[in-house]
Design a protein around this ligand. Structure first.
Ligand SMILES: *[C@@H]1O[C@H](CO)[C@@H](O)[C@H](O)[C@H]1NC(C)=O
Ligand SMILES: *[C@@H]1O[C@H](CO)[C@@H](O)[C@H](O)[C@H]1NC(C)=O
Ligand SMILES: *[C@@H]1O[C@H](CO)[C@@H](O)[C@H](O)[C@H]1NC(C)=O
Ligand SMILES: *[C@@H]1O[C@H](CO)[C@@H](O)[C@H](O)[C@H]1NC(C)=O
Length: 382
């Protein structure tokens, strides 16, 4: 009761106050208008006689770039590749950042898709001059990433396509999980450039077999990603499967394949974001189970079998037997050899028979460089 009365009293008081208001308000308004008129007369006078107009223009020109920055900065921020490949993100932070993907499939600008050439190397790239020749003039269509042993200091001159293309690297050893870590690190760094659409893993002993435009079109027009994956029932295939991986991976899904893959952006993200298969392979695929031959082929077969061509684009010669493929040097390089590698094969390309199955080849010794770069560009293709 008490509080209600108080409210009513307050209301009365306010009503009394408002009675005196219109008159006071009118007085204030008149004063304000008068002030405005005086001010505008003064300012017109000063601008005419003292050129204060320049103050106004400098102020607006200071504002304009700010608006511009906002306007085109917002979209560019997402499109522009990182200006420097060196960063201090941990793998965990990097993979998280790299897993960002747009949900609207159509790009709202003219996107020129690029190929990311990812070199997994121990140290130097002895065949670099051949790659320089291959890439020359196609700067808008590719990017390069190099993962080498952290102790190695690259010495490329600023004119080189490999200059400052080294990513923060860690030790990686053949057949171990840290090799897959290095490959994921390459993919994650390359994913930070939204223009990269296809991702190729190469080694320091790889060479390109065709000119750039042919390779670019072959890859971009392929409906499938070139991850080699096959079900080998022998001791080096299913023999390496550990039943403790079930039910995440069961034996019918177990695949083997070459380490040297080519995948599209979607599959690259699924490799970088993986937390389901990684722990199983880390724990149950240790030598003599060579994890780099099983992890990605098996995982992608489970996640996206229909997106895989199940073959590699990188030719390699296992015909000599043993644990390592043949290495080719100075005396092996000639026109016949290149032609044999280029067209002496059969495969499916977009569900059609093709004799062009390989776009890259390995392994080439540093001594192969000289005969390769001296080869006629009609024979070499570039
Ligand atoms: C990276 O460097 C920045 C400063 O340059 C620092 O604040 C940050 O803590 C560093 N992050 C890591 C993971 O080292
Ligand atoms: C493995 O997968 C196949 C087909 O996907 C299924 O038929 C089979 O029962 C699975 N085996 C186990 C042990 O889960
Ligand atoms: C690749 O193999 C998978 C089975 O592992 C199959 O589903 C897929 O269709 C194959 N891809 C092509 C292009 O034949
Ligand atoms: C591809 O060639 C094989 C013979 O090598 C033939 O049996 C098959 O029908 C051909 N496939 C297509 C799609 O042309």
């Amino acid at each position: 009761m008490q509080s209600r009365v108080m409210h009513l009293e307050e209301g009365k008081e306010r009503m009394n106050q408002t009675k005196g208001l219109p008159l006071r308000l009118l007085r204030l308004l008149v004063m304000f208008i008068a002030l405005c008129v005086v001010f505008s007369i003064i300012s017109m006078y000063t601008i005419k006689h003292f050129g204060i107009g320049s103050v106004v223009t400098t102020m607006s020109s200071k504002l304009q770039p700010h608006y511009k920055e906002l306007e085109d900065g917002l979209l560019e921020k997402w499109i522009k590749p990182p200006s420097n490949l060196i960063h201090n993100m941990t793998d965990k932070q990097l993979f998280w950042r790299a897993s960002f993907a747009p949900r609207i499939k159509k790009y709202p600008y003219k996107r020129v898709p690029k190929i990311a050439f990812m070199f997994l190397a121990k140290g130097p790239l002895p065949l670099a001059p051949l790659w320089e020749r291959f890439l020359k003039g196609h700067e808008r269509l590719y990017s390069i990433y190099i993962h080498s042993l952290p102790s190695y200091q690259a010495q490329f001159p600023p004119s080189s396509v490999f200059y400052k293309r080294q990513i923060p690297s860690q030790v990686s050893e053949w057949g171990k999980m840290n090799m897959c870590d290095a490959e994921r690190r390459l993919l994650a760094n390359a994913l930070l450039d939204i223009s990269n659409e296809r991702f190729i893993l190469l080694s320091e002993s790889c060479i390109p077999l065709y000119k750039f435009s042919f390779i670019y079109n072959y890859i971009m027009k392929s409906k499938y990603s070139f991850m080699s994956a096959f079900d080998d029932h022998g001791p080096y295939g299913r023999g390496r499967y550990d039943p403790q991986m079930a039910p995440v991976v069961n034996i019918t899904e177990w695949r083997k394949g070459s380490q040297w893959f080519e995948i599209n952006r979607k599959l690259a993200i699924s490799i970088v974001e993986d937390t389901k298969f990684y722990p199983k392979f880390e724990e149950y695929c240790t030598p003599p189970c060579y994890v780099d031959e099983h992890y990605f082929p098996t995982m992608l077969t489970i996640l996206a079998a229909n997106a895989l061509a199940n073959r590699s684009l990188t030719w390699v010669d296992w015909s000599r037997g043993g644990a390592h493929p043949a290495t080719f040097g100075r005396t092996d390089i000639n026109e016949d050899f290149l032609n044999r590698v280029r067209v002496g094969n059969k495969c499916l390309y977009n569900n059609k028979n093709s004799s062009v199955c390989f776009l890259f080849a390995r392994k080439f010794a540093p001594s192969a460089l000289e005969p390769l770069v001296q080869m006629d560009s009609k024979v070499l293709g570039f």
